[in-house]
Structure formats: structure tokens, C-alpha cells
Design a binder for this molecule. Structure first.
Ligand SMILES: [Zn+2]
Length: 130
């Protein structure tokens, strides 16, 4: 029984422990350097943290409100913003034959909605742009 407990103890790290990314030894979570192999553990784990540049969803929506596609450009989706703007301009031209009366407000609303949602997703780390 004692042996089983000991084996489990060496396999599963406690909540305040972690595996060394270099040699796999179980070490204290607070440890900066692995006592077994001497690797800097803190420095290694930091490279896995993504730096997210926070976006303001309200500002993104406002930008698209004023200029279709501008919110997408603000979010870093430059190509998407340009495509939206071109589609918007074509849509305005299509007002002459009636279709534009439907597509223009749809594109405009989509641009605002998408800019807002995308900014939120960027902030949450769901989307990585750049
Ligand atoms: Zn190690």
C-alpha cells in the first residue's frame, strides 16, 4: 500500500507542483530554476503566453458605423475591411436597380456587428491577428 502511494506521488504533481519542461522532473510551481537539470523554468513558460493587444469593441463598432470596413481595419483585419468597403461601394451603386436598398444596410450592420464581435474575440484570445 505504501509503495502504491509512493508511486502515485512521483507520477502526479501536487497542485503546487509542476513538471520541468526540460527533464520532466516534478518541481515546485514557484521554482524558477529546476533543481534537477538547472533549466530556467519561468523563462520557458513565459514564451507560451501570447501577448494580446486589447481592442476596444465600442470603438471598433463606431469606426464601422462611420465608415464601412473601418472597424475591421482597426481590428487588424485590413483585407477584410477593404473587401467590406468595396462591397459597400458596389452595393451603393446597386441602389439604382433596387438590390442595393437591401444589401447596403445589411453590409453596414454586418460591418458594425462583426467589428464589435471580432474585437471581443481578440481580447478573449480566440482570434490572433498579426
Ligand atoms: Zn529539469
Amino acid at each position: 500500500m505504501v509503495v502504491v502511494i509512493l508511486v502515485e506521488k512521483t507520477i502526479k504533481p501536487d497542485p503546487d507542483e509542476k513538471y520541468c519542461s526540460e527533464c520532466g522532473a516534478i518541481i515546485k510551481k514557484a521554482a524558477e530554476i529546476c533543481p534537477k537539470c538547472g533549466t530556467r523554468v519561468i523563462g520557458l513558460s513565459k514564451t507560451h503566453i501570447q501577448t494580446v493587444q486589447l481592442k476596444n469593441p465600442g470603438l471598433a463598432a463606431l469606426a464601422s458605423f462611420l465608415w464601412c470596413g473601418a472597424g475591421q481595419v482597426y481590428n487588424g483585419q485590413i483585407l477584410k475591411g477593404i473587401i467590406l468597403l468595396i462591397a459597400y461601394v458596389i452595393s451603393i451603386v446597386l441602389i439604382i436597380i433596387g438590390i442595393g436598398l437591401i444589401t447596403t444596410p445589411l453590409l453596414w450592420i454586418y460591418g458594425i456587428y462583426d467589428a464589435y464581435k471580432t474585437a471581443e474575440k481578440i481580447n478573449a484570445g480566440d482570434i490572433v491577428i498579426g
